[in-house]
Design a protein around this ligand. Structure first.
Ligand SMILES: NC(=O)c1ccc[n+]([C@@H]2O[C@H](COP(=O)([O-])OP(=O)(O)OC[C@H]3O[C@@H](n4cnc5c(N)ncnc54)[C@H](OP(=O)(O)O)[C@@H]3O)[C@@H](O)[C@H]2O)c1
Length: 350
Protein backbone atom coordinates (compact mmCIF):
# COMPACT_ATOMS: atom_id res chain seq x y z
CA UNK A 1 0.00 0.00 0.00
CA UNK A 2 2.84 2.38 -0.82
CA UNK A 3 2.08 5.89 -2.06
CA UNK A 4 4.88 7.43 -4.10
CA UNK A 5 5.18 11.21 -3.98
CA UNK A 6 6.99 12.35 -7.14
CA UNK A 7 8.59 15.79 -6.64
CA UNK A 8 8.78 15.22 -2.89
CA UNK A 9 11.32 18.03 -2.36
CA UNK A 10 8.87 20.62 -3.75
CA UNK A 11 6.33 22.80 -1.93
CA UNK A 12 3.27 20.62 -2.51
CA UNK A 13 5.15 17.30 -2.55
CA UNK A 14 6.39 17.82 1.03
CA UNK A 15 2.95 18.82 2.30
CA UNK A 16 1.22 15.90 0.58
CA UNK A 17 3.75 13.40 1.97
CA UNK A 18 3.16 14.70 5.51
CA UNK A 19 -0.63 14.49 5.08
CA UNK A 20 -0.48 10.96 3.58
CA UNK A 21 1.50 9.81 6.63
CA UNK A 22 -0.97 11.56 8.99
CA UNK A 23 -3.82 9.63 7.29
CA UNK A 24 -2.10 6.30 7.90
CA UNK A 25 -0.67 5.86 4.39
CA UNK A 26 2.95 4.95 3.65
CA UNK A 27 4.55 7.75 1.62
CA UNK A 28 7.74 7.12 -0.35
CA UNK A 29 9.58 10.35 -1.17
CA UNK A 30 10.71 10.18 -4.80
CA UNK A 31 13.15 12.65 -6.37
CA UNK A 32 16.07 13.01 -8.72
CA UNK A 33 18.63 14.52 -6.33
CA UNK A 34 19.86 12.43 -3.37
CA UNK A 35 21.05 15.40 -1.28
CA UNK A 36 17.84 17.41 -1.58
CA UNK A 37 15.74 14.31 -1.02
CA UNK A 38 17.75 13.27 2.07
CA UNK A 39 17.33 16.76 3.56
CA UNK A 40 13.56 16.70 2.90
CA UNK A 41 13.23 13.24 4.46
CA UNK A 42 15.11 14.44 7.57
CA UNK A 43 12.97 17.62 7.80
CA UNK A 44 9.73 15.63 7.52
CA UNK A 45 10.85 12.71 9.70
CA UNK A 46 10.03 10.24 6.92
CA UNK A 47 12.39 7.39 6.04
CA UNK A 48 11.32 5.88 2.73
CA UNK A 49 13.08 7.58 -0.18
CA UNK A 50 13.81 6.66 -3.78
CA UNK A 51 16.24 8.51 -6.03
CA UNK A 52 15.64 8.00 -9.72
CA UNK A 53 16.07 9.81 -13.01
CA UNK A 54 13.60 7.48 -14.74
CA UNK A 55 10.18 7.82 -13.13
CA UNK A 56 8.13 5.62 -15.53
CA UNK A 57 10.85 2.94 -15.43
CA UNK A 58 10.98 2.91 -11.61
CA UNK A 59 7.15 2.77 -11.34
CA UNK A 60 6.94 -0.14 -13.79
CA UNK A 61 9.67 -1.97 -11.84
CA UNK A 62 8.55 -1.45 -8.20
CA UNK A 63 4.74 -1.24 -8.73
CA UNK A 64 3.66 1.29 -6.04
CA UNK A 65 -0.06 1.19 -5.15
CA UNK A 66 -0.55 4.91 -5.90
CA UNK A 67 1.63 7.54 -7.57
CA UNK A 68 1.09 11.25 -6.77
CA UNK A 69 2.68 13.41 -9.46
CA UNK A 70 3.76 16.86 -8.19
CA UNK A 71 6.61 17.43 -10.68
CA UNK A 72 4.40 19.70 -12.84
CA UNK A 73 4.61 20.09 -16.64
CA UNK A 74 1.54 17.83 -16.67
CA UNK A 75 0.84 18.16 -20.39
CA UNK A 76 4.03 16.13 -20.96
CA UNK A 77 4.59 14.23 -17.69
CA UNK A 78 1.10 12.93 -16.79
CA UNK A 79 0.46 10.40 -19.57
CA UNK A 80 3.76 8.44 -19.46
CA UNK A 81 3.74 8.35 -15.65
CA UNK A 82 0.07 7.30 -15.45
CA UNK A 83 0.57 4.61 -18.11
CA UNK A 84 3.51 3.22 -16.10
CA UNK A 85 1.02 2.58 -13.24
CA UNK A 86 -0.98 0.11 -15.43
CA UNK A 87 -2.18 -2.48 -14.69
CA UNK A 88 -3.77 -2.04 -11.30
CA UNK A 89 -1.74 0.91 -9.97
CA UNK A 90 -3.45 4.28 -9.40
CA UNK A 91 -2.40 7.83 -10.32
CA UNK A 92 -3.13 11.34 -8.95
CA UNK A 93 -1.99 14.77 -10.18
CA UNK A 94 -2.59 18.47 -9.52
CA UNK A 95 -3.03 19.56 -13.13
CA UNK A 96 -5.36 22.48 -13.71
CA UNK A 97 -5.03 23.30 -17.38
CA UNK A 98 -6.98 22.45 -20.48
CA UNK A 99 -4.11 20.73 -22.29
CA UNK A 100 -2.96 18.33 -19.58
CA UNK A 101 -6.33 17.33 -18.11
CA UNK A 102 -7.96 16.17 -21.38
CA UNK A 103 -4.83 14.13 -22.22
CA UNK A 104 -5.03 12.25 -18.93
CA UNK A 105 -8.81 11.81 -19.16
CA UNK A 106 -8.36 10.34 -22.66
CA UNK A 107 -6.73 7.31 -20.96
CA UNK A 108 -10.13 6.36 -19.48
CA UNK A 109 -10.64 3.14 -21.48
CA UNK A 110 -7.06 1.97 -20.87
CA UNK A 111 -7.48 2.56 -17.13
CA UNK A 112 -10.85 0.74 -17.06
CA UNK A 113 -9.39 -2.26 -18.91
CA UNK A 114 -6.43 -2.43 -16.51
CA UNK A 115 -8.38 -1.87 -13.26
CA UNK A 116 -6.58 1.41 -12.46
CA UNK A 117 -7.98 4.77 -11.30
CA UNK A 118 -6.41 7.98 -12.65
CA UNK A 119 -7.38 11.28 -11.01
CA UNK A 120 -6.38 14.61 -12.52
CA UNK A 121 -6.96 18.04 -10.93
CA UNK A 122 -6.79 17.01 -7.26
CA UNK A 123 -6.35 20.62 -6.08
CA UNK A 124 -8.39 23.52 -4.74
CA UNK A 125 -9.65 24.99 -8.03
CA UNK A 126 -11.03 21.83 -9.66
CA UNK A 127 -12.28 19.99 -6.57
CA UNK A 128 -13.42 23.16 -4.77
CA UNK A 129 -15.78 24.08 -7.64
CA UNK A 130 -16.82 20.71 -9.15
CA UNK A 131 -17.78 19.44 -5.69
CA UNK A 132 -20.28 22.32 -5.35
CA UNK A 133 -21.68 21.59 -8.82
CA UNK A 134 -22.03 17.87 -7.95
CA UNK A 135 -23.64 18.70 -4.59
CA UNK A 136 -26.17 21.10 -6.15
CA UNK A 137 -27.11 18.82 -9.04
CA UNK A 138 -27.18 15.46 -7.20
CA UNK A 139 -30.30 13.38 -8.02
CA UNK A 140 -31.57 16.09 -10.43
CA UNK A 141 -31.79 16.14 -14.22
CA UNK A 142 -28.88 17.47 -16.31
CA UNK A 143 -28.73 21.27 -15.90
CA UNK A 144 -28.64 23.62 -18.89
CA UNK A 145 -26.09 26.10 -17.52
CA UNK A 146 -23.35 26.11 -14.91
CA UNK A 147 -21.15 28.95 -13.71
CA UNK A 148 -18.21 28.31 -11.39
CA UNK A 149 -15.82 30.70 -9.64
CA UNK A 150 -12.61 29.61 -7.88
CA UNK A 151 -11.58 32.19 -5.27
CA UNK A 152 -8.43 30.93 -3.53
CA UNK A 153 -6.77 32.71 -0.64
CA UNK A 154 -3.15 31.64 -0.21
CA UNK A 155 -0.35 32.62 2.16
CA UNK A 156 2.95 33.20 0.34
CA UNK A 157 5.80 31.20 1.87
CA UNK A 158 8.50 33.32 0.27
CA UNK A 159 11.36 32.05 -1.84
CA UNK A 160 11.78 31.19 -5.53
CA UNK A 161 8.56 30.77 -7.50
CA UNK A 162 10.01 27.66 -9.20
CA UNK A 163 9.75 26.25 -12.72
CA UNK A 164 6.75 23.95 -12.14
CA UNK A 165 4.50 26.82 -10.99
CA UNK A 166 5.89 29.25 -13.61
CA UNK A 167 5.07 26.74 -16.37
CA UNK A 168 1.48 26.41 -15.11
CA UNK A 169 0.96 30.20 -15.03
CA UNK A 170 2.37 30.71 -18.53
CA UNK A 171 0.40 27.82 -20.04
CA UNK A 172 -2.81 29.37 -18.60
CA UNK A 173 -2.06 32.60 -20.47
CA UNK A 174 -1.23 30.96 -23.81
CA UNK A 175 -4.45 28.99 -24.25
CA UNK A 176 -6.62 32.17 -24.47
CA UNK A 177 -10.11 32.38 -22.94
CA UNK A 178 -12.46 29.38 -23.27
CA UNK A 179 -16.03 28.43 -22.33
CA UNK A 180 -18.57 25.72 -23.19
CA UNK A 181 -21.48 26.58 -25.48
CA UNK A 182 -23.89 23.90 -26.77
CA UNK A 183 -21.52 21.25 -25.41
CA UNK A 184 -18.51 22.56 -27.38
CA UNK A 185 -15.47 24.30 -25.91
CA UNK A 186 -15.20 27.60 -27.78
CA UNK A 187 -12.72 30.51 -27.60
CA UNK A 188 -13.61 33.63 -25.70
CA UNK A 189 -11.67 36.65 -24.48
CA UNK A 190 -9.09 35.96 -21.74
CA UNK A 191 -10.24 37.45 -18.40
CA UNK A 192 -13.75 38.01 -19.81
CA UNK A 193 -16.72 38.64 -17.56
CA UNK A 194 -15.00 40.22 -14.50
CA UNK A 195 -17.13 40.20 -11.39
CA UNK A 196 -17.05 41.07 -7.71
CA UNK A 197 -18.50 38.46 -5.35
CA UNK A 198 -20.21 39.14 -2.03
CA UNK A 199 -18.86 36.17 -0.04
CA UNK A 200 -20.96 34.36 2.59
CA UNK A 201 -18.58 35.58 5.35
CA UNK A 202 -19.23 39.25 4.47
CA UNK A 203 -15.97 39.83 2.60
CA UNK A 204 -15.65 40.42 -1.15
CA UNK A 205 -13.44 38.93 -3.88
CA UNK A 206 -12.96 39.60 -7.58
CA UNK A 207 -12.55 37.11 -10.43
CA UNK A 208 -12.48 36.99 -14.23
CA UNK A 209 -12.81 34.32 -16.94
CA UNK A 210 -9.99 31.79 -16.92
CA UNK A 211 -9.21 28.81 -19.20
CA UNK A 212 -8.62 26.41 -16.31
CA UNK A 213 -9.48 22.85 -15.36
CA UNK A 214 -12.48 24.15 -13.37
CA UNK A 215 -14.28 24.75 -16.68
CA UNK A 216 -13.82 21.17 -17.90
CA UNK A 217 -14.56 19.62 -14.49
CA UNK A 218 -17.81 21.63 -14.14
CA UNK A 219 -18.88 20.47 -17.62
CA UNK A 220 -18.03 16.82 -16.95
CA UNK A 221 -19.54 16.64 -13.47
CA UNK A 222 -22.86 18.27 -14.52
CA UNK A 223 -23.20 17.39 -18.21
CA UNK A 224 -24.38 21.01 -18.73
CA UNK A 225 -23.91 22.18 -22.34
CA UNK A 226 -23.20 25.83 -21.34
CA UNK A 227 -20.46 26.44 -18.76
CA UNK A 228 -18.33 29.42 -17.79
CA UNK A 229 -15.53 29.48 -15.21
CA UNK A 230 -13.73 32.38 -13.57
CA UNK A 231 -10.74 32.52 -11.25
CA UNK A 232 -9.69 34.92 -8.52
CA UNK A 233 -6.12 34.52 -9.83
CA UNK A 234 -6.98 36.34 -13.08
CA UNK A 235 -6.43 40.09 -13.16
CA UNK A 236 -9.65 42.11 -13.11
CA UNK A 237 -8.18 45.62 -13.63
CA UNK A 238 -9.32 46.95 -17.02
CA UNK A 239 -5.84 48.01 -18.17
CA UNK A 240 -4.28 44.59 -17.44
CA UNK A 241 -7.20 42.71 -19.02
CA UNK A 242 -6.74 44.84 -22.13
CA UNK A 243 -3.13 43.68 -22.70
CA UNK A 244 -3.60 40.01 -21.68
CA UNK A 245 -4.64 38.67 -25.13
CA UNK A 246 -1.50 40.21 -26.68
CA UNK A 247 0.72 38.81 -23.89
CA UNK A 248 -0.89 35.38 -24.40
CA UNK A 249 -0.21 35.49 -28.17
CA UNK A 250 3.43 36.48 -27.63
CA UNK A 251 3.94 33.68 -25.09
CA UNK A 252 2.87 31.14 -27.72
CA UNK A 253 6.25 31.79 -29.42
CA UNK A 254 8.42 28.96 -27.97
CA UNK A 255 11.56 31.06 -27.36
CA UNK A 256 9.57 33.83 -25.61
CA UNK A 257 7.69 31.24 -23.61
CA UNK A 258 10.92 29.57 -22.39
CA UNK A 259 12.34 32.99 -21.52
CA UNK A 260 9.18 33.98 -19.59
CA UNK A 261 9.13 30.67 -17.66
CA UNK A 262 12.84 31.05 -16.74
CA UNK A 263 12.38 34.66 -15.58
CA UNK A 264 9.17 33.92 -13.69
CA UNK A 265 10.65 30.81 -12.02
CA UNK A 266 13.51 32.93 -10.64
CA UNK A 267 11.20 35.51 -9.02
CA UNK A 268 11.79 35.66 -5.26
CA UNK A 269 8.40 36.07 -3.59
CA UNK A 270 8.23 37.84 -0.21
CA UNK A 271 6.39 35.99 2.57
CA UNK A 272 2.85 37.32 3.05
CA UNK A 273 -0.19 36.15 5.03
CA UNK A 274 -3.24 35.01 3.10
CA UNK A 275 -5.37 37.98 2.06
CA UNK A 276 -8.70 36.56 3.30
CA UNK A 277 -9.49 34.03 6.01
CA UNK A 278 -11.31 31.75 3.58
CA UNK A 279 -10.90 30.35 0.09
CA UNK A 280 -14.20 29.82 -1.72
CA UNK A 281 -15.41 27.61 -4.52
CA UNK A 282 -18.70 28.90 -5.95
CA UNK A 283 -21.25 27.46 -8.38
CA UNK A 284 -24.56 28.58 -9.85
CA UNK A 285 -26.48 25.77 -11.56
CA UNK A 286 -29.51 26.48 -13.78
CA UNK A 287 -32.04 24.03 -15.27
CA UNK A 288 -34.07 24.37 -18.46
CA UNK A 289 -37.27 25.11 -16.44
CA UNK A 290 -35.56 28.20 -14.95
CA UNK A 291 -34.76 26.63 -11.55
CA UNK A 292 -31.45 27.93 -10.17
CA UNK A 293 -29.40 26.67 -7.23
CA UNK A 294 -26.33 28.40 -5.81
CA UNK A 295 -23.72 27.17 -3.35
CA UNK A 296 -20.23 27.63 -1.99
CA UNK A 297 -17.42 25.49 -0.61
CA UNK A 298 -15.61 27.26 2.22
CA UNK A 299 -11.98 26.26 2.89
CA UNK A 300 -9.01 27.81 4.67
CA UNK A 301 -5.72 28.36 2.83
CA UNK A 302 -6.15 27.04 -0.73
CA UNK A 303 -2.69 25.42 -0.75
CA UNK A 304 -3.50 23.53 2.45
CA UNK A 305 -6.77 22.37 0.89
CA UNK A 306 -4.87 21.27 -2.25
CA UNK A 307 -2.35 19.22 -0.26
CA UNK A 308 -5.14 17.62 1.79
CA UNK A 309 -7.21 16.91 -1.34
CA UNK A 310 -4.30 15.15 -3.06
CA UNK A 311 -3.36 13.19 0.10
CA UNK A 312 -6.98 12.16 0.78
CA UNK A 313 -7.42 11.08 -2.85
CA UNK A 314 -4.21 9.02 -2.74
CA UNK A 315 -5.11 7.29 0.52
CA UNK A 316 -8.64 6.46 -0.71
CA UNK A 317 -7.26 5.04 -3.95
CA UNK A 318 -4.73 3.00 -1.95
CA UNK A 319 -7.67 1.56 0.02
CA UNK A 320 -9.28 0.54 -3.29
CA UNK A 321 -12.14 3.07 -3.07
CA UNK A 322 -11.84 4.45 -6.63
CA UNK A 323 -13.72 3.23 -9.69
CA UNK A 324 -11.51 2.09 -12.58
CA UNK A 325 -11.10 4.82 -15.20
CA UNK A 326 -9.77 8.38 -15.57
CA UNK A 327 -11.66 11.13 -13.73
CA UNK A 328 -11.62 14.47 -12.01
CA UNK A 329 -11.52 14.05 -8.18
CA UNK A 330 -15.23 14.42 -7.30
CA UNK A 331 -16.17 12.23 -10.27
CA UNK A 332 -13.88 9.50 -8.93
CA UNK A 333 -14.65 9.74 -5.22
CA UNK A 334 -17.77 11.90 -4.79
CA UNK A 335 -18.42 15.50 -3.68
CA UNK A 336 -17.76 14.62 -0.02
CA UNK A 337 -14.04 14.29 -0.89
CA UNK A 338 -14.03 18.11 -0.64
CA UNK A 339 -15.29 17.90 2.96
CA UNK A 340 -12.67 15.27 3.82
CA UNK A 341 -10.05 17.71 2.44
CA UNK A 342 -11.22 20.42 4.88
CA UNK A 343 -14.04 22.16 2.99
CA UNK A 344 -17.60 22.97 4.16
CA UNK A 345 -20.60 23.34 1.84
CA UNK A 346 -22.63 26.53 2.27
CA UNK A 347 -25.83 26.25 0.22
CA UNK A 348 -27.83 29.43 -0.55
CA UNK A 349 -31.56 29.25 0.21
CA UNK A 350 -33.74 30.00 -2.81
N1 LIG B 1 -4.13 22.51 -8.94
C1 LIG B 1 -3.70 23.15 -7.88
O1 LIG B 1 -4.49 23.65 -7.09
C2 LIG B 1 -2.22 23.25 -7.62
C3 LIG B 1 -1.76 23.79 -6.42
C4 LIG B 1 -0.40 23.82 -6.18
C5 LIG B 1 0.48 23.36 -7.14
N2 LIG B 1 0.00 22.88 -8.32
C6 LIG B 1 0.90 22.39 -9.36
O2 LIG B 1 1.69 21.34 -8.82
C7 LIG B 1 2.98 21.35 -9.40
C8 LIG B 1 4.03 21.41 -8.29
O3 LIG B 1 4.01 22.68 -7.67
P1 LIG B 1 5.07 23.04 -6.53
O4 LIG B 1 4.74 24.43 -6.11
O5 LIG B 1 5.10 21.96 -5.51
O6 LIG B 1 6.43 23.04 -7.37
P2 LIG B 1 7.94 23.01 -6.82
O7 LIG B 1 8.02 23.51 -5.42
O8 LIG B 1 8.75 23.69 -7.88
O9 LIG B 1 8.30 21.44 -6.80
C9 LIG B 1 8.45 20.70 -7.96
C10 LIG B 1 9.08 19.36 -7.59
O10 LIG B 1 9.14 18.55 -8.78
C11 LIG B 1 10.49 18.13 -9.00
N3 LIG B 1 10.69 18.14 -10.44
C12 LIG B 1 10.47 19.17 -11.29
N4 LIG B 1 10.71 18.77 -12.56
C13 LIG B 1 11.08 17.47 -12.50
C14 LIG B 1 11.44 16.50 -13.46
N5 LIG B 1 11.47 16.80 -14.76
N6 LIG B 1 11.76 15.24 -13.05
C15 LIG B 1 11.71 14.92 -11.73
N7 LIG B 1 11.38 15.80 -10.76
C16 LIG B 1 11.07 17.05 -11.14
C17 LIG B 1 11.37 19.11 -8.27
O11 LIG B 1 12.54 18.42 -7.92
P3 LIG B 1 14.00 19.06 -7.75
O12 LIG B 1 14.14 19.35 -6.30
O13 LIG B 1 14.90 17.97 -8.21
O14 LIG B 1 14.03 20.26 -8.66
C18 LIG B 1 10.49 19.45 -7.05
O15 LIG B 1 10.63 18.45 -6.08
C19 LIG B 1 2.99 22.55 -10.34
O16 LIG B 1 2.68 22.13 -11.65
C20 LIG B 1 1.90 23.44 -9.81
O17 LIG B 1 1.35 24.28 -10.80
C21 LIG B 1 -1.33 22.80 -8.57
Amino acid sequence: MTIWILGATGRTGREIATRVAARGGTPVLVGRNADRLGKTAADLGLDDVLVTGDLPGAIAKYRPTVVVNTIGGYAETAVPIARACLPGGHYVDLANDLVAMPRLLALHEEAVAAGSTFVTGAGFGVLGTEAVVAYLSAARPTPSQVRVDALPSVAIEGGRLGEALAQSIVSGLTSGGLRFENGQMIPTRLAADPREHALPDGQTAKSAGAPTGELLAAHLSSGAPDVVATSGLMPTARVVRAVLPLAGSLLRIPALRRFAVRRMAAIEAKPAPRPREHSWGHAVVTWADGTTREGWLRAGDAMDFTSSAAAETAVRLARGEGRAGAYTPAQALGAELAEAAGGTFVICQP
